[in-house]
Design a binder for this molecule. Structure first.
Ligand SMILES: NC(=O)c1ccc[n+]([C@@H]2O[C@H](COP(=O)([O-])OP(=O)(O)OC[C@H]3O[C@@H](n4cnc5c(N)ncnc54)[C@H](O)[C@@H]3O)[C@@H](O)[C@H]2O)c1
Length: 432
C-alpha cells in the first residue's frame, strides 16, 4: 500500500494520531519498535485507553498498516510524522535520543529515494533541536541536503490525555514551523482534510514553534500554581470561598476559567516534565530559576498539605480509602498524580489502605504491588473505611457513601460533594 502519511511512535498520542488520520480517510503506515503494540494493533486492538479510537480503528482497518520497519514506512510514503517519546534527561531537557534514532533510520532510506521526503517532528523537543541538532545530524551523517532530499517541520500537538482523538480532529489551533514553502503547503493540506473545525494555523519559524510549545504548558502550570496559592490564603479567612473568587476571575476574557481551580497539585506526563525543561532554559539563558523554583515549591506544598490533612484525621487503626488514582479523570495515566504521591507517603504508616479507580488500577499496581488493596467496585473500597480521600470525580459516589451507616471522615479537595447533602455519619474534613 502506498500511504499518504507514515507515523512513527504509536504510544499514547501517536496511536490516536494515526487512527484519527485513517478516520479522515488518509492511508497510513504506523510504526513502532514495540512488537507488543504492533501485534495488538495488527490484530485490530488498540493499546491506549482513549475514547473513540478503538471504533475508528475497526471502521478503517483496511487503510492502515502496522510495522516495526521505518525503512518500509519511508519508502511507501512521502510524509513521516515522528511522535516518539522525549523523556526528561538528567539535566531536565527533553531527550532527543528516540527522535534521533528515528531520523537515523529515515535518513538511511531517504538516501535511495527519488522524491523529496517531508519529515514532521511532532514530539515535544527543546528549542533549537531541529536547526542545531537534527539538521546537522542528518546532513553530516547521511550526506543529505535539505530541500533536495528532505524537508523538516515542527508541528507540536496541544492535545490532552482523555480526549486525544477528539483533540486531533478539533484542535484549538495549529502551531507549525516549516523549513520551506513546499513543506508548509503539504502539511497545510493534511491539516485541512484532517481537522473538523478549520482551526487557525499559526505558522512561524521552527525555533518559535519549539518555544511556543514549551511555553504553553508552563503557562498552564503557572495558572494552576496561582490558583493553589490563592486557595491556601483564602482558606485562612473565615467566610471567604475560593470557588466564588476563582470563578469570578475566570469570567474575565483575559484570564479564562480553565486551570483556575484551587485544589491539588498538578501531575501527569507533561506538566512536571515541561517545568523541568523550562527550568533548564531559565538556568541556561538567564541563570536564575526563581520562577520555576516557585512553581515546583508551591506544587509540592499542595502535596504536603494533603498529606498533613490525612495524617491529622487518622490513627494507627484507621483504614484509608483513596478514590481516584489517575492524575486527572478519564485516563489510566498515574504519573506524578496527587494520589500516587500521597500513597507513596502513606504506605510508610502501615495503615490499611484501599484504593479505587475505574481505569488506573493496573498502572497503580505496577508501583505499589501488594502494599495496598485494590478495588474495582466502589462500595467494597469504602466498606471498612474510616477516612475517604476523594481525588477524582466518581459517578455514583455520593449515593453509595450516603448508604453507609458507619462514621466516616471525608476529604474532598476539589469540593466535588455538596457537604450540606451528606448523611450525619459523614464528617466533612476541610482540605486546608
Ligand atoms: N502525553 C501527552 O499528553 C502529550 C501531549 C502533548 C505532546 N506530547 C508529546 O508527544 C510525544 C509522544 O508522547 P506519548 O505520550 O505518546 O509517548 P509514549 O511514550 O506513550 O509513546 C511513544 C511511543 O514511541 C515508540 N518509540 C520510541 N522509539 C521509537 C523508535 N525508534 N521507533 C519506533 N517507535 C519508537 C514507543 O515504543 C512508544 O510506543 C512526546 O514528545 C510528548 O512530549 C505528549
Amino acid at each position: 500500500m502506498k500511504a499518504d502519511v507514515s507515523v512513527i511512535g504509536l504510544g499514547k498520542l501517536g496511536q490516536c494520531l494515526a487512527i484519527s488520520l485513517i478516520h479522515k480517510k488518509f492511508k497510513v503506515i504506523g510504526v513502532d519498535n514495540n512488537l507488543k503494540v504492533i501485534n495488538s494493533l495488527g490484530n485490530g486492538k488498540v493499546t491506549v485507553d482513549e475514547p473513540k479510537v478503538q471504533k475508528a480503528l475497526k471502521e478503517n482497518f483496511k487503510n492502515i498498516i502496522f510495522t516495526e520497519d521505518i525503512g518500509f514506512a519511508v519508502r511507501n510514503s512521502n510524509i513521516t510524522i515522528i511522535i516518539v517519546g522525549t523523556p526528561s534527561d538528567t539535566y531536565g531537557k527533553f531527550s532527543n535520543k528516540y527522535v534521533k534514532s528515528c531520523l537515523k533510520d529515515i535518513s538511511k532510506t531517504i538516501v535511495d529515494k527519488k522524491q523529496i521526503h517531508h519529515i514532521v517532528i511532532s514530539s515535544t523537543v527543546m528549542p533549537n533541536s531541529i536547526d542545531k541538532i537534527f539538521i546537522p545530524y542528518i546532513e553530516n551523517n547521511f550526506n543529505l541536503k535539505k530541500h533536495e532530499h528532505y524537508s523538516i517541520s515542527y508541528c507540536p500537538e496541544l492535545v490532552a490525555l482523555g480526549s486525544v482523538f477528539n483533540d486531533f480532529l478539533n484542535p484549538g489551533m495549529i502551531i507549525m514551523g516549516c523549513s520551506n514553502e513546499k513543506a508548509s503547503k503539504k502539511i497545510r493540506k493534511i491539516y485541512n482534510k484532517w481537522t473538523d473545525n478549520s482551526p487557525e494555523i499559526l505558522e512561524m519559524n521552527i525555533l518559535n514553534a519549539e518555544i511556543t510549545k514549551v511555553a504553553f504548558n508552563v503557562y498552564l502550570t503557572s495558572k494552576i500554581t496561582f490558583a493553589n496559592n490563592l486557595y491556601n490564603i483564602v482558606n485562612k479567612l473565615d467566610g471567604a470561598n475560593i470557588d466564588t473568587i476563582t470563578n469570578s476571575l475566570g469570567m474575565d476574557y483575559r484570564i479564562s476559567r480553565y486551570f483556575m481551580k484551587g485544589g491539588l497539585s498538578f501531575g501527569g506526563t507533561c506538566f512536571p516534565r515541561d517545568i523541568k525543561a523550562y527550568e533548564y532554559l531559565n538556568k541556561k539563558y538567564i541563570k536564575d530559576t526563581t520562577y520555576t523554583d516557585t512553581i515546583v515549591k508551591i506544587n509540592n506544598r499542595q502535596d504536603k498539605l494533603l498529606y498533613n490533612v490525612v495524617i491529622k484525621n487518622v490513627n494507627k487503626f484507621s483504614t484509608i480509602s483513596i478514590l481516584g488514582l489517575s492524575f486527572k479523570p478519564n485516563t489510566n495515566v498515574v504519573d506524578e498524580s496527587p494520589s500516587i504521591k500521597l500513597l507513596a507517603s502513606l504506605i510508610k504508616l502501615k495503615n490499611k489502605i484501599n484504593v479505587f479507580d475505574s481505569k488506573a488500577i493496573s498502572n497503580t499496581k505496577i508501583i505499589f504491588g501488594n502494599k495496598i488493596n485494590y478495588f474495582e467496585k466502589l462500595d467494597l473500597a469504602i466498606k471498612d473505611a474510616n477516612l475517604i480521600v476523594l481525588l477524582n470525580p466518581i459517578g455514583n459516589f455520593k449515593n453509595i457513601l450516603n448508604k453507609t451507616k458507619r462514621k466516616i471522615k471525608l476529604i474532598d479537595p476539589w469540593r466535588l460533594i455538596d457537604k450540606s447533602k451528606l448523611a450525619k455519619n459523614i464528617e466533612y474534613i476541610h482540605y486546608k
